[in-house]
Design a binder for this molecule. Structure first.
Ligand code: SF4
Length: 350
């Protein structure tokens, strides 16, 4: 085997539910084409780029080369192509540059986990011209036939702008799940955070994704409106999510992150954060108004509230609580949280 350097890019971000399942991270675009949301740090200061089909295919080829070289080392050692420590060390000896490769560890973990899922990076892959997207997806699936599920981030606004026919064609080409940052369903708050979309746009984009056959995961941010907007944030978020009725609804409680304009507003006293009890009251109002058949998930450490017995109010499983069957259970858990004096959790950046 010739020594190779396996040139492919790996971005920083993927949803936690994609790390747990050891997804292959494939970078279809760089950074976020919108990049104005006032709470978001993810791609700040980084310029958005579309990547050409040639670049994406070249990355996929480099990943495939790394995979086949590792399998060859494994076979030579009599390990049948399996990912073993010895096979990895043998490959590292021939390709020492892999020690510093930002994506090699990710690819090897993905192989070791069975090579079943892939996540397309970065912030809004749907911005790609649909035909290019379809061709890149098809190439990815052909190159790695073990992949059973492909997911990505998308913006509701872009989904609303795409034709249903294009979305269906992308779905048919193998994209299974979309992760959408809804944040809030309240128009005034959407404007304040510069989300670049209205509640109607969120509904249109979310529904279109559902109609095209995607599995849809919507993320909202409890506490995003602070004390001033808590009621309207809870009620309108429940209304919008009820209209979309996605497969998954995921809670990502708001915390002002250093370096964002919301952090400055918070420091200047323009946003008054909810205390833990008020957060639970907002959650109760949102959940009470939520009429969905979705799975509602609290799969993030920001959902930190505890009951008097010391356990978490909500479990952090990726599959969450099935609504409407478990809606009452979630409401009962909130009551347990409200009955207990919550500690204020201080985060480093606050
Ligand atoms: S669209 Fe998403 S990634 Fe882009 S700035 Fe807003 S929250 Fe951040």
């Amino acid at each position: 085997m010739m020594s190779r350097d396996y040139p492919f890019e790996t971005g920083v971000y993927r949803p936690p539910s994609e790390g747990g399942s050891a997804s292959l991270l494939v970078r279809f675009t760089r950074n976020c084409p919108w990049n104005h949301c006032t709470f978001c740090t993810m791609y700040k200061g980084k310029k958005f780029n579309l990547r050409s089909l040639e670049e994406i295919k070249s990355d996929i080829n480099a990943m495939a080369n790394l995979m086949s070289d590792l399998q060859a080392e494994s076979k030579a050692l009599g390990h049948g192509g399996l990912v073993t420590r010895e096979a990895i060390l043998a490959l590292l000896e021939k390709a020492p540059g892999l020690n510093y490769h930002p994506g090699a560890d990710m690819l090897i973990q993905w192989m070791a986990a069975g090579g079943k899922t892939a996540f397309l990076q970065d912030g809004n892959s749907m911005i790609m011209p649909p035909q290019d997207f379809i061709e890149a997806l098809t190439y990815l699936k052909q190159t790695f036939p073990s992949i059973e599920r492909i997911t990505t981030y998308a913006r509701a606004r872009t989904l609303a702008q795409r034709s249903l026919g294009d979305l269906k064609a992308i779905r048919a080409a193998g994209l299974d799940r979309l992760h959408l940052g809804l944040e809030t369903g309240d128009d005034a708050l959407l404007k304040q955070i510069k989300k670049g979309v209205t509640a109607d746009g969120l509904i249109e984009g979310g529904r279109k994704a559902m109609e095209a056959g995607f599995q849809v995961s919507e993320y909202w941010m409890p506490g995003l409106g602070g004390k001033a907007m808590t009621d309207q944030h809870a009620e309108n978020t429940a209304r919008v999510l009820s209209e979309i009725n996605p497969h998954y609804i995921r809670s990502r409680p708001f915390r002002p992150a250093r370096g964002t304009s919301m952090y400055d507003q918070f420091k200047q006293g323009q946003i008054i954060m909810l205390d833990p009890r008020e957060q639970l009251l907002e959650l109760r109002r949102m959940i009470q108004n939520l009429n969905v058949t979705s799975k509602v998930c609290f799969d993030h450490m920001g959902n930190y509230w505890r009951t008097a017995s010391g356990d978490l109010v909500f479990h952090h499983g990726y599959e969450g609580y099935q609504f409407p069957d478990e809606k009452q259970k979630v409401l009962d858990r909130i009551e347990l949280g409200l009955a207990f004096k919550q500690e204020v959790v201080r985060f480093r950046h606050m």
